[in-house]
Design a protein around this ligand. Structure first.
Ligand SMILES: Nc1nc2c(ncn2[C@@H]2O[C@H](COP(=O)(O)OP(=O)(O)O)[C@@H](O)[C@H]2O)c(=O)[nH]1
Ligand SMILES: [Mg+2]
Length: 303
């Protein structure tokens, strides 16, 4: 290690994820790293995960949430810049316990001048607590200097916004949430449309469909060499831009790319690949309504 790499390490930024067991800390961290839902078993003690963004290494400490691990939170917070407190908004019966833990860590957060991001997770669960109920339940009106966002680490709802907020709290630098698509459609692997989401200001449904559905059908009839690997094709449309079409084991997805989005085709391909990877891991064999719901939530990260 050279002198300079030591210098560089100083820009590293550490975040500690805390909150009750089962709030979704590990699932959120994996979503931030992988761009999709990954199912978890309870975390014993702690896990450390790293991502590199624009020259900054971000380490995310995933702290066990069970009672016996909660004392470990304080040690890790001493060297952190940011605390992410995760609340399970679908478990209001645990708000009193979560609030008690929150109030234990709050003085340490304030004393060390740490940034605080509260993620109200499991937004996908029907009947989950509202933002107002959370603010009341945790007495947040009395807390200074924090950010709160609703997310779902299962469907991906709000995760890109959470990521950009997290990144700027942690590094003081601003990253903008990108727009990867003007429209996103998902089909079964047989080519049956499930859902289309589009930028209504720019497109009319009718303009999208000429020739395009034929391409989807063609793609649905193609034999794939591997079962799981996502395959991409590009389909140029004279009027609209480039349709990126991809096929995974259970789905065909398409995303409309055009230059004004300000991202490259390859970046949009990654976004589409992540969407399909996410759908495969969270709702591969689900009914169409469930898949639609997942796409609607996930699209918040893409468009
Ligand atoms: N419905 C739903 N379930 C979630 C969400 N996030 C996590 N889970 C589930 O909640 C359970 C606990 O998640 P985990 O990440 O292990 O929680 P942790 O103990 O805080 O790390 C797992 O079964 C997850 O699949 C979410 O946003 N929505
Ligand atoms: Mg965990």
């Amino acid at each position: 290690m050279s002198l300079f790499s030591i210098f560089k390490r100083k820009t590293d930024a550490k975040a500690v994820f805390i909150g009750l067991d089962s709030a979704g800390k590990s699932t959120i961290i994996d979503f931030l790293r992988e761009g999709r839902f990954i199912n978890h078993t309870p975390t014993m003690g702690k896990r450390k995960l790293e991502i590199d963004i624009e020259g900054t290494r971000i380490s995310m400490f995933d702290m066990g949430g069970q009672q016996s691990f909660r004392d470990l939170w304080f040690g890790e917070m001493k060297t952190a810049k940011c605390v992410v407190f995760v609340i399970d908004k679908a478990a209001p019966h645990r708000f009193p316990e979560a609030k008690a833990e929150f109030q234990k860590v709050l003085p340490a957060i304030q004393k060390e001048g740490l940034k605080l991001l509260i993620l109200a997770n499991k937004h996908d669960v029907p009947g989950a607590a509202s933002m107002r109920e959370i603010i009341q339940g945790f007495n947040l009106l009395d807390v200074e200097n924090f950010e709160i966002l609703e997310v779902s680490a299962k469907t991906g709802y709000g995760m890109a916004t959470a990521f950009s907020k997290f990144y700027s709290l942690l590094t003081g630098k601003h990253i903008q949430k990108l727009n990867f698509a003007g429209a996103v459609s998902v089909y079964t692997n047989g080519g049956v449309p499930i859902i289309t989401e589009m930028d209504q200001n720019r497109f009319e449904r009718v303009a999208l469909e000429g020739g395009f559905l034929a391409a989807i059908t063609q793609f649905s009839q193609m034999k794939l060499p591997g079962e799981i690997a996502t395959q991409f094709i590009l389909f140029e449309s004279k009027q609209n831009g480039t349709f990126i079409v991809a096929r995974s084991a259970h789905f065909i997805g398409s995303l409309l790319w055009y230059k004004e989005l300000g991202v490259t085709v390859d970046q949009s391909k990654i976004a589409l690949g992540d969407l399909l990877g996410h759908l495969e891991s969270s709702c591969a064999t689900a009914d169409e309504n469930t898949v639609s719901f997942h796409v609607e939530h996930y699209v918040t990260n893409i468009m």
